[in-house]
Write a protein that binds this ligand. Sequence first.
Ligand code: SF4
Length: 483
Amino acid sequence: MKQIYRMDQFPTLSNYKPPRIELLSPDSYMTRLCTFTTRGCHFDCEFCSVSPFNGKTTRRRPVPEVIQELQRAKEWLRSDIIERMTHGSLFHALTTSLKIWVGLEEGSIVAFVDDLHNSHRAYCRELWQSLKSLNIEWGCQSTLFLGDDPEMVKLAADSGCVSVFVGMESLSEDSLDETNKGFNQVQKFGNQIKMFHDHGIMVNPGIVFGFDNDDESVFETAVEFLTRNKVELAYFNVLTPLPGTALFERLKREDRIIDQDWSKYDGKHVVYTPKRMSAEQLQEGFFWANHQFYSWPCIWNRMGHTRQRLIPRLEMNWEFRKLIYRTTPKGALSPLAKVLKNLQVKLPTSETQQLIPNALHPQPSPGSKPQELYLKMKARRHDAFAALFIDLEGTLDHLNAKELLKRIQQAGRAAKMDIVVNFENLKHATPKAIYTLLDGEILQAISPHTKLRYRNLTKAFQSIVSEIAFDHLDLFDEDIQHA
Ligand code: SF4
């Protein structure tokens, strides 16, 4: 025997010996009818252990072997159920029949537990075609962007797919980019979920809280989005730097790991110092999101959209709710969470005439049209100045300038903090928008609640600002430093 055996290549998945599922205790698992088709992942999300552990390519099992294994497992489970029904009490036989009828009996759904079931289109096509002959219902872990492909979603549904776990991770584009998951596109999420729902497939997203771009607003944003889009279940996690991942290496380099008790590396505990909120706020927000999502009003809201598989969907939520209420404190959001959430928006820009480019950016070629027909507001707390910083991106028109000021007024009233609006990264603005921002009447209404400052506005849009008489306003602060 050697002391250490090192693997120099990943093993092939042909001739894989299926586990003896009959040895598993029926009371310890949601389903014993589970298997896998692939290992590894060609993506490279910073927090994920799959590609460091199982390789950055996907290995796949031969389809006939998967089908053969499932056929055997299905037959074994059927004989096991019949055995239990014929040898148990009449009551047991009746309840089992009822559970089979409503889809609650074990084995109603086969679970593919591979981390990225849909990694290869041709393979999935072959596998899903072959699954039709088994006449089973199944669930898997897939990418959300499978929902962009109606043909494949239909094929999955026709072959028995009734549920997908999807690694949504975040509702923030910046957080997704940060974790190397830019292939998840927030603006597509709603339609992708709908595509699955339209084919009778339940959607169960995994959400991670605590990326460096996350602040206290992420919890409410996630729960609201998932409720609005009627997802069946959600798995919330605290970002966890598992040893061996790129995230672990980075946080270690940055000296941000605060706990090395591996028993807490379970996605439920905060073991590092987050960037834009405290560790307590992250922990409390995680608790809060769980309780909120599995509260009765929220469950009801999510269930009501279809009667499809209503009882299994309610039952799963009921089980999750019991688990959450048994194991998770209630949690709470910080008073600033709502304020920040209200200031993190992307508004459409409707006026495209008379756009003035920001003088702080390289000038676009004459006649070129602006690409950013939206205004993105990104707010964050600046502790050193006890102020809220709002960075603007995209294109500002009259309507979204009004909306910006309305939200600033609400934020000032709730947060009682100074507010700094930064125009450095804005690409274009209309003259009418700049006039609105300097409208004395609107600004007077804001001033009792907050001290408002515009940063880089004069440098960026000098030609318009210089036309406006604003002597009575103390608005410009070009020297204030960013955190
Ligand atoms: S999170 Fe999913 S997509 Fe990303 S590396 Fe892990 S398995 Fe692959």
